[in-house]
Ligand binder design. Structure first.
Ligand SMILES: [Fe+2]
Ligand SMILES: [Fe+2]
Length: 218
């Protein structure tokens, strides 16, 4: 069975990740390289394991997490769709079975807010992990922080965690430095991401809670 280690060691995948992250850097977008992919892959699989899903499901979302942003190799528009098709092609050539390939394809194709919906357990875990990764290390240059709200909010975020909470909830906790950005700014750009996270938690039979600087906001 194909594991995330097989994917990480695949030279084509390594090249795709490197080049798509470089494309985003040229466009001034936040980091989408191995740091982001590690966070998403690990958080999504940990979530399914903690929720008691079969180990193979956790492994599949680990793989989906590692491949979910490779569509940026084509264009920033519709990267979820192109990425899903590129991933399916790679996984097919690596010998993965069709059922697993299409579970991953579906999850990658639906991970982006606006055009995606949580449509399966793997897809829901991928969405929650992806939207949870707000962190200052994703900002390419601190010089952009005052001009770009996305950079500013990311730069203000010093910590983020995705955990299971009391009250049957999945909890996203974020620490934001108020001297750099405000909670209002966070909501301004992350509201759509919070809405898709809520839907994803519901699909997993949970509520979604957002806690910023220790204060429960949803
Ligand atoms: Fe993405
Ligand atoms: Fe992502």
């Amino acid at each position: 069975m194909i594991t995330v280690e097989d994917i990480k060691n695949n030279e084509e995948v390594q090249q795709l990740i490197k080049l798509s992250n470089r494309n985003l850097e040229v466009l001034g977008y936040t980091e989408h390289g191995t740091r982001h992919l590690t966070v998403v892959s690990e958080r999504a699989s940990k979530l399914l394991r903690e929720l008691g899903y079969p180990e193979r499901k956790a492994q599949l979302v680990e793989i989906a997490g590692w491949l979910h942003d490779i569509g940026y190799i084509v264009n920033i528009m519709y990267h979820q769709l192109t990425g899903a098709l590129i991933a399916a092609d790679i996984l097919r050539r690596m010998g993965m079975n069709y059922t697993e390939i299409y579970e991953i394809t579906l999850a990658i194709g639906n991970h982006h807010e606006g055009m995606g919906e949580p449509v399966s357990d793997i897809s829901a875990a991928l969405i929650l992990a992806d939207k949870s990764d707000v962190h200052k290390s994703r900002v390419r240059s601190s010089a952009d922080v005052m001009n770009d709200i996305h950079d500013r909010v990311n730069f203000a975020a010093t910590d983020s965690h995705l955990t299971l909470g009391a009250n049957n909830s999945i909890v996203l906790s974020i620490l934001i430095d108020p001297d750099i950005s405000s909670v209002m700014e966070y909501f301004k750009i992350f509201l759509v991401r919070m809405e898709i996270s809520k839907k994803a938690a519901n699909l997993l039979g949970k509520n979604f809670e957002l806690i910023i600087n220790g204060i429960k906001l949803t």
